[in-house]
Design a protein around this ligand. Structure first.
Ligand code: CA
Length: 709
């Protein structure tokens, strides 16, 4: 099975950004600035970041969106603060606006089950024992402060996963301050997730459910969150948020001020993990978090993610899978291809069946759109997909997700900084606020996300093409403004004229089947980026681009068709392509290219008859360029060149030296005979003259409106 990864991003704007960012990296020093110190137990995250000129300078240098909801967030799954710090420069370069950490509070220590193994250990970060910061997976509170300060120096913001619904399931290990049953709901399991009282007032998976109607509990949580923000956090993910009642829900006669209390913590961005289901009040949760954020917040659109996986897990990129926000409006969503729960719980064979290659396609479809925040889940290192799953000990039966190639606290898969993932992030950042259109380009394995605001300087598109071959976009309808766009991934160009894309998107192609999911699979375990896939260009295009000569020669067998991409390359380089056929040479000069939305058939069959030599040029298509044809035979050295119209030969002009120049497709006759005067259709000549004039006017108008030819 040979598979190809094809993702291409086209935007002049982001190409400019890359240059700017490259300039920055040379001048930015990590060591030159001291870690930021929390000044008080209250901090206004928005004022301290977007309102802070130092932060703003860094944010703008990296091209990161102003508002966290508009950006992409890296979920550094089980990364320690130290691991995150080591990667902060790369995270900024990779275009993530925010980093999401694990829960940072004191947790039940489960290390005895394995020295940092994932299996049976990873989820203990979701088992708080106290409302104080620091645990053995992520690190200390001082390290947290240091990490936040470093992130801010790079224009990055920090989202902390807050476990506000419950503590650990082991009551004995709860800190003394909270070891009081009155701080928890009843010792009763949830049996019906669709019953709001059961869902919010009872124990989730045996975990002690906080008595969220209790004012001491609410104040304790508020103090914790305010301290977290004071230490440098900018946003929160609220774990299991649907299991905490909304303020208008009264159960057992108890009203709840929990959300209204704890959300007043100084963070600028807040969202809830609200896994969508029947009777969950998703829209109300979305509004709650949106209204509790400075510039928009929301909830996880888990059913959207499910639909996306229904596409990419089963190798389909149908556009309808990428647009189904049913429970909440897209601006209040947090979207993912997969979540840590999808992966770590081994849900629906996702770890095994969803490969890195298809995660990339999914990420492109989700993130290139005008969606709420995009969340990139970073899988454990060398885990899932081509790396296999179910290592020793995992789920005890080889069916689980973890290969145990790394430990809790380590950096995960390199896919988060894959060049194509990064290109999509940069695209998203460049397109904030612009309209969005998702469609398929020709088939269900070619997904196109267009963003547009009416000019080529602003517009762009991402194409995820899983077809296993280059996709020719010539003639594809597009909402992009006319102009020439540069592919961030490959550096090639694409032209849009009159609402049609021309030429084609060049792509990244994986080399072999064995490393199709991640080409670093065969390397020796280093943590370097696995993607060094070669850029595959049409060899003719490549030859034209790389040739030092103005004239490039191929046989007709090598170039049976001059594609729109080839014509576009000739047009942009001004070079001439010569195609040597049987008895003739066909030449197209860049200056003679009139259109790059159609192709030129280079085959000519020269047929000798009583009248002379006949051939058909471009099989009756609209000729996209001026074609020069040099005949090998010189027998017909001084001939009349005629073109067949309405069944009659019409005299066109005299030709000599075996050289024919044609602007029109059709059937041609070369002859020594003097054709009868009556055969000359004067109407044709007059009409032709009018046509020439009209084309000339249209040309000038177009050229004035659009700088592209
Ligand atoms: Ca609860």
């Amino acid at each position: 099975m040979k598979t190809h990864v094809k993702l291409a991003k086209i935007s002049k704007k982001t190409a400019a950004f890359i240059a700017a960012a490259t300039t920055l990296f040379a001048g930015l020093s990590i060591s030159s600035a001291a870690p930021q110190q929390a000044s008080a137990a209250t901090r206004d995250s928005y004022a301290d970041t977007v309102g802070n000129p130092t932060f703003e300078a860094a944010r703008q240098e990296y091209g990161l969106p102003k508002d966290m909801k508009d950006g992409a967030t890296l979920h550094a799954f089980e990364w320690s603060f130290k691991t995150i710090m080591e990667n902060i420069p790369d995270i900024a370069k990779a275009g993530y606006t925010s980093i999401q950490t694990e829960p940072i509070v004191k947790i039940k220590d489960n290390r005895k089950l394995g020295t940092g193994n994932w299996y049976l250990n990873w989820y203990y970060v979701y088992q708080p024992t106290d409302m104080a910061i620091g645990n053995y997976v992520v690190g200390s509170e001082d390290e947290f402060k240091e990490m936040c300060a470093l992130a801010h120096q790079y224009g990055l913001r920090i989202i902390v996963d807050s476990v506000s619904n419950h503590f650990t399931s082991d009551f004995d290990v709860i800190a003394d301050q909270w070891k009081d049953k009155s701080y928890f709901h009843a010792d009763k399991q949830i049996s019906d997730y669709n019953n709001r009282e059961d869902c919010t007032q009872n124990k989730l998976s045996g975990l002690w459910d906080l008595n969220t109607q209790d004012s001491t509990v609410a104040q304790g949580m508020l103090d914790l969150l305010k301290q977290t923000v004071a230490d440098g956090a900018d946003g929160f993910r609220f774990d299991a948020a649907k299991h905490i009642e909304l303020s208008d829900e009264v159960f057992g006669g108890k009203t709840s001020n929990y959300w209204d209390t704890i959300l007043q913590n100084g963070a600028q961005y807040q969202y809830g993990e609200v896994l969508e289901d029947a009777n969950v009040r998703e829209a109300d949760y979305a509004n709650l978090f949106n209204n509790s954020s400075v510039a928009g917040g929301g909830i996880t659109d888990s059913s959207y993610g499910h639909e996306v996986r229904n596409a990419v897990q089963f190798k389909n990129l149908g556009a309808s899978h990428f647009t189904s926000h049913s429970k909440v409006s897209e601006d209040k969503t947090v979207n993912w291809v997969e979540s840590h729960d999808n992966f770590a719980n081994g849900e629906a064979n996702i770890p095994q069946e969803l490969s890195d290659e298809w995660i990339k396609y999914g990420w492109a479809g989700v993130t290139a759109q005008k969606n709420g925040m995009s969340l990139f889940f970073d899988r454990p290192y060398h885990d899932g997909g081509a790396y296999g799953t179910g290592g020793t000990g995992t789920y005890g039966n080889g069916s689980g997700p973890f290969t145990e190639n790394s430990k809790l606290g380590d950096a995960g898969s390199d896919l988060w900084k894959d060049p194509e993932v990064v290109a999509v992030n940069h695209f998203r950042n460049a397109m904030v606020g612009e309209a969005s259109n998702v469609s398929n380009c020709g088939d269900d394995n070619c997904l196109m996300v267009e963003r547009y605001a009416g000019s080529a300087a602003q517009d762009g598109m991402v194409v995820a093409n899983a077809n296993g071959a280059d996709k020719n976009l010539a003639g594809t309808g597009t909402k992009l403004a006319n102009g020439t766009y540069t592919d961030e991934v490959t550096g090639t160009t694409i032209t849009v004229s009159n609402g049609k894309a021309s030429a084609m998107v060049t792509v990244i192609v994986n080399r072999t089947a064995s490393d199709s999911s991640d080409s670093s699979a065969s390397t020796d375990g280093d943590n370097s980026s696995g993607n060094h896939d070669p850029v595959v260009l049409d060899p003719i295009v490549k030859a034209i681009q790389e040739s030092e000569d103005d004239e490039i020669v191929f046989t007709q067998a090598e170039v049976p068709v001059m594609t729109g991409e080839i014509l576009n390359t000739l047009r942009t380089t001004g070079k001439t392509l010569c195609v040597v056929g049987d008895g003739y040479t066909m030449q197209v000069a860049g200056s003679g290219v009139k259109s790059t939305t159609s192709e030129l058939d280079t085959s000519l069959v020269l047929t000798e008859s009583d009248e002379g030599i006949e051939f058909e040029l471009d099989k009756g298509h609209a000729l996209p360029c001026t074609v020069r044809i040099d005949l090998d035979v010189s027998t017909y050295s001084r001939l009349n060149q005629s073109r067949r119209v309405s069944g009659k030969w019409q005299y066109l002009n005299s030709y000599s030296d075996g050289v024919i120049t044609a602007d029109t497709a059709g059937r041609y006759l070369l002859t020594n005979q003097n054709l009868k005067f009556a055969d000359i259709n004067w109407t044709f000549f007059i009409a032709g003259g009018v046509v020439v004039v009209i084309i000339g006017v249209a040309y000038i108008v177009l050229k004035k409106r659009y700088w592209f030819w």
